[in-house]
Design a protein around this ligand. Structure first.
Ligand code: GDP
Ligand code: MG
Length: 730
């Protein structure tokens, strides 16, 4: 190899430093993230690519192995004191079994010229799954996407990394290549030359129609300015006609301006020369170029030594120009990989690691939950999303619930309540509107949307959406009178208390629908909060999915182990409580010890009738001034009774409504949904994680092999990139 190496005398030491550094980076295997300056040799089949490479590197590819190259070969030359060649394979998307086989392939020799190479290359081809001859049957394919790596070291080697790719071809050889192979090779070539840090050596034999070479067109596509494409013309010795020679000379002289970097011409060993002797090769080349017309060409573009020098300069220039960009690429890639690695969290193979991991998720979750409950929204940007402002949203709908109950919760307007409702009643929404927007319950009082997420998860725990119609308007007194007449017993002059509870039940018949829908809405808000908080605290989707199932449905706990109560049961308690409050309110007896009610009762007894309008302190009154009732004679006792029932009902209804609204908000919502020790928001806590069995931890937080390997890969990549930065800055 020393014979072809010209020592690259013209190159400054400073440039050399860049190249050395990039070579060191190459060994770190970071080129997937950060493409490094490199060189790739492309051209048609038999254009002389391998021959050019041999001339450049001094390494002879075994000829017998294959007629043409069936895979990309990365040749890495290094200057070292001792000679050696190491052949290995870089697999392309291997299956796990194949990966082992491919990565395990490694052969080396301690001489650059060795008789072992044909066998080594043949073995490598087999591992890469390449069909070497038709006798191999259906096994293997014509081309492999794996890359054969040949590392050549020696005292005379120049630092050079160059990639030999299969030659492109246009026609299928039956039994050897297929239509899809044509594209496979074209794509492989394209992938290499597309990378903007790659220098393209476009090899074109002199004896073809050079202008129409596919490879030059392909190179022009990816490198339109021709700034990184160098033309290499081969087989000048086969030119016979002077016209052909003249075309070649014009190209080398730069008469054609398609390639900024121009063309060089080299002469390699011909097919007949099986000696493979590099010394004789160089002599032949020199002899040819000593003749006309070649001897008229500029010497720095003729012969392999000149080509080598030119490539050296090119690589150095390219490397120096790219150097700062490589550095910033490395920094960007390092940042990205670090973030990915951090996102994966600590390794989670042991029970302790798994418990610690979930413990962190749980405590982060608890923090968010507490901020959400205490309205400490500035402490985490999670709350930049208004939908996550838990306590505020719950308060908003609680107030709307109270308003709806006040304005429309009763079935029928009371007799003197002429204003009734606020007149802003919306038209009844149809069912699909209602299903789409549960906040219609609150009329136009509320802007927020009730999340739909829980509707699937929570199944039949959430009630159907409900829309509250305006109270009926009619003659309430008349209505009460009818009820009274149809149900009276032998009571003397007055009515039984049952009359009150009966009319109350009727008047409050919408409460159930409103209340259950409201508690459901609050539940959906809480549910969405929990789900989103978990997303925030547990970024790993696999863990989150498992954890979510555990939180939602709970776990019975194996024998002797504590179970875990899931969200469904916790939510159910809030609904059960709402049902309980409703049933208590509408039980047989109407009960109140509110002095305002007694006051009404006393007035009735003293006045002997309900003809006095309830006082303005009446809790049910909607700030209506008392109406003047006409004086009734004693004969109208039926009317008195009716009126009495009306007054008491109105008073009782108002008192019951206030306490009911409060107690629903206080118990079903604030206690059972938000604060209870066994409420939904406590579904994930340190304690919950502490109580998980090893098995549960492993199911939820254990990692599969792929995750583990991905973490290791990222960790290695971060290490390599860190190392790379150090090298660049040294
Ligand atoms: P590849 O398929 O592009 O790698 O082409 P090879 O390097 O394998 O060369 C194909 C054939 O062309 C071989 O038989 C070489 O000996 C021959 N060849 C390559 N370069 C020259 C040259 O400059 N002159 C002559 N006469 N033959 C050459
Ligand atoms: Mg070849």
């Amino acid at each position: 190899m020393g014979s072809v190496s010209n020592g690259q005398s013209g190159q400054g030491l400073g440039n050399r430093v860049f190249l050395d550094k990039i070579d060191k980076l190459r060994e770190l295997n970071i080129s997937k993230d950060v493409p490094l300056p490199q060189m790739v040799v492309v051209g048609d089949q038999s254009s002389g690519k391998s021959s050019v490479l041999e001339s450049l590197t001094g390494f002879q590819f075994p000829r017998a192995a294959t007629l043409c190259t069936r895979h990309a070969t990365e040749i890495v030359c290094r200057r070292e004191h001792t000679e050696s060649v190491v052949v290995s394979i870089i697999p392309h998307n291997p299956s796990p079994e194949r990966e082992k086989l491919v990565r395990g392939f490694r052969r080396s020799t301690d001489k650059i010229a060795s008789d072992d190479f044909p066998k080594i290359f043949e073995d490598a081809a087999k591992v890469m799954g390449i069909k070497l001859s038709e006798t191999d049957g259906d096994e293997g394919s014509a081309f492999s996407l794996d890359v054969l790596k040949v590392e050549i070291s020696g005292p005379h080697a120049d630092h050079l990394t160059v990639i030999d790719v299969p030659g492109m071809f246009e026609t299928v050889t039956p039994g050897v290549t297929t239509e899809s192979d044509i594209d496979l090779v074209k794509n492989m070539v394209r992938r290499y030359i597309e990378e903007r840090r790659t220098i393209i050596l476009a090899v074109v034999p002199c004896i073809v129609d050079i202008a129409n070479q596919k490879i030059l067109r392909l190179a022009a596509e990816v490198d339109p300015d021709g700034k990184r494409t160098l033309g290499v013309l081969t087989k000048p010795d086969l030119c016979i006609e002077n016209a052909t020679k003249a075309v070649v000379c014009d190209l080398v002289n730069g008469k054609r301006r398609d390639l900024h970097l121009g063309y060089c011409v080299v002469k390699n060993l011909g097919a007949d020369d099986v000696s493979g002797n590099m010394h004789s090769r160089n002599q032949q080349e020199q002899a040819l170029f000593g003749q006309a017309p070649w001897n008229t060409l500029p010497s720095d573009r003729v012969g392999v030594a000149a080509l080598q020098t030119r490539i050296g300069h090119l690589l150095q220039d390219r490397t120096r120009a790219e150097f700062p960009l490589v550095q910033s690429d490395i920094m960007a890639s390092l940042k990205k990989n670090k973030k990915l690695l951090a996102g994966m969290g600590e390794s989670r193979s042991t029970t302790d690691q798994q418990r610690a991991y979930l413990g962190k998720v749980a405590s982060d979750f608890a923090t968010l939950k507490n901020y959400g409950l205490d309205a400490y929204y500035t402490r985490h940007d999670f709350f930049d999303d208004y939908e996550m402002r838990l306590i505020t949203r719950v308060r908003t709908i609680n107030e709307a619930f109270a308003l709806v109950m006040h304005e429309k919760g009763h079935s029928m307007e009371f007799d003197d309540d002429s204003a009734g409702g606020d007149g802003s009643g919306l038209d009844e929404p149809d069912e699909s509107d209602l299903a789409a927007d549960r906040s219609l319950l609150y009329g136009d009082k509320v802007e927020l949307k009730i999340p739909k997420l829980g509707e699937g998860d929570l199944g039949d725990i959430v009630s159907d959406p409900y829309w509250c119609a305006e109270p009926k308007r009619g003659d309430m007194l008349q209505h009460i009178q009818e009820l009274y007449l149809n149900s009276r017993g032998y009571e003397m002059g007055t009515f039984s208390s049952e009359m009150l509870s009966r009319t109350f039940k009727e008047q409050g018949s919408k409460w159930r629908g409103i209340t259950l829908a409201h508690v459901s809405n609050a539940m959906l808000i809480v549910h969405q909060f929990i789900h989103r908080a978990l997303e925030e605290c547990c970024p790993d989707p696999t863990v989150r999915e498992e954890l979510w199932g555990y939180l939602l449905y709970g776990h019975d706990g194996a024998s002797g182990q504590k179970g875990h109560e899931g969200l469904l049961k916790r939510y159910r308690r809030a609904m059960d409580n709402a049902e309980f409050l409703l049933s208590v309110e509408f039980q047989e007896r109407a009960i109140t010890h509110d002095p305002r009610f007694d006051e009404q009762l006393n007035k009735l007894k003293l006045g002997g009738g309900g003809n006095k309008k309830a006082s303005s302190e009446d809790p049910s009154n909607d700030n209506q001034p008392a109406k003047e009732e006409p004086e009734q004679g004693p004969s109208s006792s039926l009317e008195d009774t009716t009126r009495g029932i009306h007054v008491l009902l109105q008073s009782y209804y108002g008192i019951a409504r206030s306490r009911f609204i409060d107690v629903v908000c206080q118990q079903a919502i604030d206690y059972f949904l938000l604060r209870a020790k066994n409420g939904p928001l406590e579904v994930l806590s340190d304690k919950v994680v502490l109580n998980m069995s090893a098995e549960q931890l492993d199911v939820i937080a254990g990692e599969d092999l792929a995750v583990k390997e991905e973490r290791e890969r990222l960790a290695k990549q971060v290490e390599s990139l860190t190392q790379a930065l150090k090298i660049l800055r040294s």
